[in-house]
Design a protein around this ligand. Structure first.
Ligand SMILES: NC(=O)c1ccc[n+]([C@@H]2O[C@H](COP(=O)([O-])OP(=O)(O)OC[C@H]3O[C@@H](n4cnc5c(N)ncnc54)[C@H](OP(=O)(O)O)[C@@H]3O)[C@@H](O)[C@H]2O)c1
Length: 290
């Protein structure tokens, strides 16, 4: 990595901030999380990818190895599957994931077998929420549905906060960054459950910012981003959804994952940002109805 070697020998105040850090990206195997993984790798971090499917973790690692074939990059990529959707096993799964992500053996090191604490956790795990109208005729809308839908979006981040002090470097240079969405601030019909979950993350990071200091906690709220999350839609429906989102921004576009990834990079690098709700939404809040 010739440019990085040059950078690390010089006193660059911005580009070296993630060099030699350890970053866990939960949901880093596709979409926004994958773009953040690329950015962290380019900034010199050692990255650990996780999501629920082993084949998706392996595929993401292979893609990164092809994109960055030099051993100075490939030696800094690791990953393992953990499914965070089951509330009954969530806490033990989070602890297993954190044990894995802090083990010294996942990257080539000359050191001992002591655990290596994390510097940053990026959380982008999620699935495309179904539209649930708030109506007496919506039979699927039950108290159980709410807790089930919160597991991946809210309870997993809460459990990460619970164990942060045991698995992260206790410094202002460390951070947790979670993911909400613009619909939390500007819901459309059928997205109330998603808006509730997304808004809960705002309260979570404000609480964690106070309780975990100096470790920082923030949440990014993206607008529409073209990722694999829309793959289940047919071509025509996907285009119609994208057009609706384009019309709902002042920029008239849907984001690339690499756009929004910068918000996460900022949350990692700015040692003074904590408890913040960070929008990257093309100005959606300034626009009329979607
Ligand atoms: N794209 C957008 O327009 C947009 C806008 C606002 C907010 N968001 C939110 O941003 C987050 C990331 O979105 P994205 O577009 O990047 O989606 P994506 O490309 O589908 O990525 C979602 C990630 O979550 C992982 N995941 C899903 N179920 C999981 C589970 N049970 N346990 C652990 N990991 C799991 C997926 O991998 P596996 O399948 O292997 O588990 C994948 O790595 C989501 O929460 C989404 O709701 C997206």
């Amino acid at each position: 990595m010739s440019t990085s070697n040059t950078n690390t020998t010089m006193n660059f105040i911005s580009t070296n901030k993630l060099t030699n850090t350890r970053v866990l990206l939960i949901g880093g195997t596709s979409g926004i999380g994958f773009a953040v993984a690329r950015a962290a790798l380019e900034h010199g971090a050692s990255i650990i990818l996780s999501s629920s499917k082993a084949e998706k973790v392996q595929s993401a690692i292979s893609r990164l190895q092809q994109l960055y074939p030099d051993p100075s990059f490939t030696s800094r990529i690791a990953g393992k599957a953990y499914d965070l959707s089951d509330q009954a096993t969530l806490e033990t799964t989070i602890v297993s994931l954190l044990d894995y992500a802090t083990s010294s053996s996942i990257f080539p090191t000359k050191g001992n077998n002591e655990k290596v604490l994390l510097n940053h956790i990026i959380y982008t795990s999620g699935t495309r929420p179904s539209r649930i109208p708030i109506s007496p005729t919506t039979t699927t809308l039950t108290p159980q549905l709410y807790t089930q839908s919160e597991t991946l979006r809210v309870l997993a981040p809460l459990m990460l906060g619970k164990y942060a002090k045991s698995y992260m470097v206790d410094a202002h240079t460390s951070s947790l960054t979670f993911t909400s969405g613009v619909l939390a601030s500007k819901p459309v019909p059928g997205t109330t459950l998603g808006a509730m979950a997304g808004s809960a993350l705002g309260g979570l990071v404000r609480g964690l910012a106070v309780e975990l200091a100096p470790i920082r906690a923030n949440v990014v709220a993206p607008g529409a981003v073209e990722t694999e999350i829309f793959d289940a839609l047919g071509v025509e429906e996907k285009e119609a959804v994208k057009e609706m989102f384009r019309r709902g921004t002042v920029l008239g576009r849907v984001a690339d994952p690499g756009d929004v990834a910068e918000a996460y990079v900022w949350c990692m690098k700015d040692g003074f940002v904590t408890g913040e709700w960070v929008g990257s939404d093309g100005g959606a809040l300034l626009k009329g109805s979607m």
